[in-house]
Design a protein around this ligand. Structure first.
Ligand SMILES: Cc1cc2nc3c(=O)[nH]c(=O)nc-3n(C[C@H](O)[C@H](O)[C@H](O)COP(=O)(O)O)c2cc1C
Length: 349
C-alpha cells in the first residue's frame, strides 16, 4: 500500500509529507501494518529486555506524540526527541531535502520541538500500561542556552523516571558547535551527568559519523570511567563525498540514509574493536534491509535503529527487517543475536 501512496506523499515537500505522515500515524494508519515480534529476536542490552534489537531512531517522534503507534508495527523500541528544555522553532524552512536517487535525506531542522513540559506530559499520556517495547528519550540543549550542560542535566532529571533509557545527543550538525562536546568538553559533560544521575536508568551518548577515530577511543574510555551505558553510532553526516547523484547534494545539514552506511559502519566497527564487552554499541546510519541490520550487529552493534529507509520504504519495512533477521539467524544457526555481536569480519572499501 505504501508503494501506492508514496508518489502522492512525495508530491509534498518533505516537511509537509512528514506532517501528513504524523497525522495518518496518529489516526490509526499503522493498524494496517500490525505485526508481532518473534520471541527469538529478544535481546538484553544495558540491563533492558528489548523484544527486538530494531528501534526507531531519534528525530521522527521528536515530541513523543506517537511512539506507542510505532509499537504496533513491531519496533523493539522508539527513541523520542531530541527534546530541549524550552520549546524551540528550529531553523527556517525549507530544512529537509530529499535525495531520492540516493535514498537519502539532508536535514537542518535544528531541534524543533515542544520542550520538556509538553514532552513529559505526552509520554505520560501516551505510554501503554503494558508493553514489552521500550522508549528512549534523546536530550539536547536549547540553541540559545547559556549553559548547555545544565540543559542536558535538566532533561535528565525530568525524564529519568518515565522512560527506559536516555540518550545524550552531542552530534547534531544543526546546532552550532554542539559537536564540540565530542572533543575536550566530553569529560566535563560526562562527569556532570554521572554526578546528577537520579537512578540507574541507562544513559547512552550519540556521536557523529564524522568523528575522528582517536576521539572515539577517548569517548569510550570516558563513558566507561563515568559509568555510562552505551554509545550510539551514528548521527547524520556533514560529508558529501559519497558519489551522490541527486540535485540536493549542496544543501546544508546532516546527510542520512544509504550513502552513510559504510562510513557509519566503519566507525561502529572501529568502536567495537576498542569497546568489546565494556560498552554496548547501538548501530544506526543507512540501514535499509535485514541484511544491513545483521551486518551492523556482526560489526558490534547490540541494537540497531532506522529512520531514512522508513521514509522511502514505508512501515512494512519494520516487519521485513525483523523477519529477515530471524531467517538469517536460522541460516547461521544462531539462537540469540547477542551471540553474534562483533563476530563479523568485514573489509571496507
Ligand atoms: C529528518 C531527520 C531528523 C532527525 N532528527 C534527529 C534528532 O532530533 N536527534 C537525533 O539524535 N538524531 C536525529 N536524526 C538522525 C537520526 O536519528 C539517525 O541518526 C540518522 O538519520 C542516521 O540514520 P538513517 O540513515 O537510518 O536515517 C534525524 C534524522 C533525520 C533524517
Amino acid at each position: 500500500m505504501y508503494n501506492l501512496i508514496r508518489p502522492l506523499i512525495f508530491q509534498f515537500n518533505p516537511e509537509q509529507a512528514h506532517n501528513i505522515g504524523v497525522f495518518l500515524i496518529k489516526n490509526g494508519f499503522f493498524n494496517f501494518y500490525r505485526s508481532e515480534i518473534d520471541k527469538k529476536l529478544a535481546v538484553k542490552v544495558a540491563d533492558i529486555n528489548f523484544p527486538s534489537p530494531l528501534g526507531l531512531a531519534a528525530g521522527f517522534d521528536k515530541n513523543a506524540e506517537m511512539f506507542h503507534e510505532f509499537y504496533k508495527i513491531a519496533f523493539g523500541f522508539v527513541e523520542t526527541g531530541t527534546v530541549t528544555p524550552r520549546p524551540q522553532d528550529g531553523n527556517p524552512k525549507p530544512r529537509i531535502f530529499r535525495l531520492q536517487e540516493d535514498m537519502a535525506l539532508i536535514n537542518k531542522l535544528g531541534f524543533n520541538n515542544v520542550g520538556l513540559d509538553s514532552f513529559v506530559s505526552n509520554i505520560i499520556s501516551n505510554k501503554p500500561n503494558e508493553s514489552s517495547q521500550k522508549i528512549g528519550a534523546n536530550l539536547g540543549p536549547n540553541k540559545d542556552s547559556e549553559n548547555r550542560i545544565e540543559d542536558y542535566i535538566e532533561g535528565l532529571k525530568r525524564v529519568s523516571s518515565i522512560v527506559d533509557y536516555i540518550t545524550i545527543n552531542i552530534s547534531s550538525p544543526n546546532t552550532p558547535d554542539l559537536r564540540d562536546f565530542e572533543n575536550s568538553n566530553i569529560t566535563e559533560l560526562l562527569g556532570e551527568i554521572s554526578k546528577n544521575r537520579l537512578n540507574s536508568i541507562p544513559i547512552f551518548i550519540k556521536i557523529s559519523p564524522d568523528i575522528e577515530d582517536k576521539r572515539i577511543g577517548f569517548i569510550i574510555e570516558s563513558c566507561v570511567k563515568h559509568g555510562l551505558d552505551g554509545l550510539i553510532i551514528s548521527n547524520t553526516s556533514k560529508e558529501r563525498s559519497f558519489g551522490l547523484k541527486s540535485k540536493n547534494i549542496d544543501k546544508d545539514g546532516g546527510l542520512s540514509g544509504n550513502p552513510i552506511l559504510n562510513k557509519s559502519n566503519q566507525k561502529l566497527s572501529y568502536a567495537y574493536g576498542i569497546a568489546k564487552d565494556s560498552l554496548p554499541l547501538i548501530g544506526v546510519g543507512g540501514i535499509s534491509s535485514g541484511a544491513d541490520a545483521y551486518k551492523k550487529i556482526k560489526l558490534g552493534a547490540s541494537l540497531v535503529q532506522i529512520y531514512t529507509s522508513l521514509v522511502y520504504q514505508g512501515p512494512s519495512l519494520v516487519r521485513k527487517i525483523n523477519d529477515d533477521l530471524v531467517d538469517l539467524m536460522r541460516i547461521d544457526g544462531v539462537k540469540s543475536l547477542s551471540e553474534i555481536v562483533g563476530t563479523g569480519k568485514v573489509s571496507f572499501k
